[in-house]
Design a protein around this ligand. Sequence first.
Ligand SMILES: Cc1cc2nc3c(=O)[nH]c(=O)nc-3n(C[C@H](O)[C@H](O)[C@H](O)COP(=O)(O)OP(=O)(O)OC[C@H]3O[C@@H](n4cnc5c(N)ncnc54)[C@H](O)[C@@H]3O)c2cc1C
Length: 401
Amino acid sequence: MWTNVNPVLDSADVVVIGAGIAGITTAFELRERGYDVVVVEQRFPAYGASGRSTGAVWLQTCQAGPELDLARAGRDKYQWYVDRLGNTFDYRQKGGLFFFETEAQGLILEDYVKDRSNAGLQVELLSAKDAKAQSSLLPQTAIGAVFCADDAQVDAPRFVNAVAGACARKGVRIYENTSVMSSIRQGDSVAGVRTTRGDILTPGIVWATGAWAVNLSTEGIDIPIATARQGQILTQTLPPVPAPIMRGPRGVTWASALTALQAYEESVFAPPQAGAQGGGSLQYDDTIAQNSEGGLFIGSSVDEPGALNPHIGMLATNAMLTAALDRYPEQAALGVVGLWAGITSWTEDHLPVIDRVDGLYLNVGHSRGITTGPIGGELMAAVVSGESPSLADTLSYRRLT
Ligand SMILES: Cc1cc2nc3c(=O)[nH]c(=O)nc-3n(C[C@H](O)[C@H](O)[C@H](O)COP(=O)(O)OP(=O)(O)OC[C@H]3O[C@@H](n4cnc5c(N)ncnc54)[C@H](O)[C@@H]3O)c2cc1C
């Protein structure tokens, strides 16, 4: 007979660990299905990558197949939340512009547009003049752009907090400033979680700990995800510009729909001065998007492979500012009101893991989690309920081991 000698904080049908976009949507969906749910978060909702992101929902860059299927379902899931919670998180499907600066890039992007169109996306190749009409933020260096009407944007921290609020109203208990240290086992069964504030008794544990999922090794689960720091600049507010989310030809390694093309040539998209501003491992891209308050998110850097360090580095700051001034000199006078990094994580196929492993449920490895997180919550709740949703077939832990 097992007796627990530690203080008991609570008990629930399911404990969700992590209140980022993956964890909080899992909690919401489980509660909708009638489960008694507790969420445990080491700091506060949206403390992790979910609270530090641009909020771009890019579909056009996702490769046809499981990646695009998941992204499409993820984008559509936002409407489901709008219908339930109201649009308090500024969800906007206003499209995405992928601009280019050389004829060689434009030739490859012609193939990209054909491929994207075959994948069922609403895409068109625009001249610089037509692209400028879509976005006043388009840099002078752009000679054309691919516009995709399927791309969208959301205020990710607001979304996480809106879902957290809805969870609380529905009776989900959210323990902030509380870390889960381990699961508690009783023989072969899961009996609860040990937290810094006491034990929570439960037969069901969902780990939705983002990049911190690397710590699952202490549970005997070696999850093959890579982590890095991703930096972001936020400027002071501007009047709203009718601009879709936008990216340029730098940092395209994440655009798997482009890099998988036969016509793709890395040298054509090589960032000027790559590495010169901060060592070989530093990368940055040309993303620009206006947030719901009017501030501009500009660029993002990726450095410190393997890091669990959510502080922006000086070299990354320098690279982002240099790239921002180079691409968007019109915005140079704007004040910087935010400069931060979050820890990003990814699997080798850029798909998350949504699965049951050794009695524990995993909803981790979201690399574009603002896009895939909300649908990930639905899929995780379905798996906990014993269902086998077809989208989850490609998200098994086994595929990576
Ligand atoms: C600068 C930046 C820009 C980005 N831009 C985009 C974008 O435009 N579009 C897009 O789709 N994606 C973007 N991403 C990626 C996206 O933000 C992440 O994929 C997504 O937020 C991951 O969500 P998550 O819930 O899995 O992880 P997280 O949001 O990191 O949440 C994990 C939570 O678990 C908690 N936790 C960890 N360990 C424990 C523990 N032991 N006990 C209790 N709590 C714990 C953490 O505190 C954290 O709150 C960006 C990321 C960054 C950093």
